[in-house]
Structures are given as C-alpha cells and as structure tokens.
Design a protein around this ligand. Structure first.
Ligand code: MN
Length: 294
C-alpha cells in the first residue's frame, strides 16, 4: 500500500527489557525479541540477543559455545566491545572486534562454534555484542551456507546534520550510502548513534517491518514514549519515516525489512516453514549432513 506523501510510522508496541540468561559460558544475553511471539510482526527478523554490556576478567579459558548446528536462516553478529571468534563446517570463520560484523548464512545447514577471541580473553575487559537472526525465504532455505566477514572500515558511516550523530549502514541503504552485506530479501540494518534535543527524521520504506532496538541511552518517540536500554520499539509498516523526538547518548539498531509472508516453524537452532522440515533438519544434523568441525 502506498501512502503517497510523507507520513511517519506510528508506534505499534514497546517491548520492555527482559531478564538475562547465559548462552554457553561466554554470552550473558537478554533476548530483546523472538519469533515464537513476534515472528509475523517482525519478519524477516527472527530473534535478537543482546550480550552485555559487561566486563570479563582475563582468562586462559575458552568462553563461549561449542559445536552446534543451524539451518534455515542467517545469524548476524555485531561487535561493540570485545572480540568473537567463529569457525564453521563450511569453511567460514574469523575473529571480529569492535565495529565488525559477521554475517553467516546457515541456509541448508552447518555446525559452528562461537568463542571469545583469544587475545581479548587474555586481556579481559568490556564485552558487548548483538546476535540477530534473520529469516530466509523458503526458496533460499536450502541454499549452500555462506559467510561474510565485514570489517568496520567497509561499513559506511553517514554523518547526520547538526552534529546529531551518525548512522553506520551494515546492510541496505541510508541517505545514498549502501552497506556491504548481501541479503536475500530487501532490508536495512543500521547502527545508529544519536544525541539530539530536537527531532530527527529517518527515512524508512513504506510497507516494511520497522523496529528500533535501543542498546544504550534512550530515545523518545511521539513525544510520550521513552525507549530505554534493552527495549525495542515496533512501528507500523505504513508510513515512510521514523521520527525520534529526542535522543540521549543513544546507541540503537534500526531494523527495517520487507516482510516474508511465509509460515515460521522453528525448533532450537533450526527455523523452517513446516514441522516436517524441522524433523528433516534434526535427522540431517544427527546423521552428520551438516558437517563437523575438524
Ligand atoms: Mn550459533
């Protein structure tokens, strides 16, 4: 549906900060949204885990999660502080630090491990990262796995007017800059830093899912709603801007994407379209078809 003239997307719901739980022994996370409740509303975005901000003491131990599978979607890891080391059975891998992004397309399936980077672990210190799960359309769920390691220097940073802040374009397009990540469906993933006393208007396509995930600081929307750390504002799809009235030391992700209008059936590390496909994923994993780490 086309609305024609400029209209700002209205706030649909606010997701408050959830409790923390551990993923392995390396990631104290809050799940800011998840598909069992919000899959249709937030499509193509399935889940977002926010780890930290916290401090880890120096250690020789490998902290994180060992070998485990994924099928049917992509995992996107964004590091703010600390370091993540990843290795997968399709040959992808690498270590990423502050500002870097790892965009892993699990698709037909792989196994991988996710640990704190060795150098970071030895010195310890601040740790903060996000892992976002993005769905794949049915026609791409059985594609071969793929890995994009995207370093900070390849992510364009757009300065906002009046020294209000900046927008790093991880994927999609913002103000004429295009992010380096290749996506299967149209979307944008924007790392926003904003500090402003007056209105900032961010363009977002009409009809797209839109969520503002506040990691640090706060944002005020529609003059009344204040979104604080670890909270998410979900907007209506109708409208072509997001309007932030006021932001204080805000670090946020603005997630926008064309919804995938297909059923979502997930189980643990697998997200498919039917329970038969989930059963098949379990069989394929157990029989070694998703590979092993050497
Ligand atoms: Mn994983």
């Amino acid at each position: 549906m086309k609305t024609g003239s400029n209209s700002s997307k209205q706030l649909r719901s606010l997701l408050r900060s959830p409790a923390c739980h551990w993923v392995g022994d390396g990631f104290p996370v809050r799940t800011l949204f998840a598909y069992p409740q919000l899959g249709a509303k937030l499509s193509p975005f399935l889940m977002l885990d926010y780890a930290g901000p916290t401090e880890f003491p120096a250690t020789e131990k490998r902290l994180g999660v060992g070998e485990h599978p994924h099928r049917g979607f992509e995992t996107v890891t964004i590091v703010y502080d600390g370091e993540i080391e990843h290795r997968d059975s399709s040959g992808g891998g690498g270590s990423i630090g502050p500002g870097d992004v790892q965009w892993m397309t699990a698709a037909s399936g792989l196994v991988h491990e996710e640990f704190h980077g060795r150098n970071y672990a030895r010195r310890g210190g601040k740790f903060e990262m996000v892992q976002l799960w993005i769905n794949l359309p049915a026609k791409n769920k059985m594609n071969p796995p793929h890995y994009q390691g995207i370093s900070d220097k390849h992510i364009p940073s757009v300065k906002l007017p009046n020294g209000e802040g900046r927008v790093r374009v991880i994927a999609g397009e913002f103000a004429g800059s295009t992010g380096p990540s290749k996506t299967f469906t149209p979307m944008s993933v924007l790392d926003i830093r904003l500090n402003c006393a007056s209105k900032t208007i961010l363009p977002v396509p009409d009809g797209w899912t839109t969520a503002l995930v506040v990691l640090k600081g706060s944002a005020r929307i529609n003059h009344t709603h204040v979104i604080n750390a670890a909270e998410t504002a979900v907007f209506d799809r109708t409208g072509n801007t997001v309007c932030i009235d006021h932001a204080a030391h805000l670090t946020a992700l603005l997630l926008c994407g064309e919804p995938i209008a297909e059923p979502i059936v997930g189980h643990g590390p697998f997200v498919m379209n039917s329970s038969e496909e989930i059963q098949q994923a379990i069989v394929d994993y157990q029989s070694g078809k998703m590979g092993h780490l050497s």
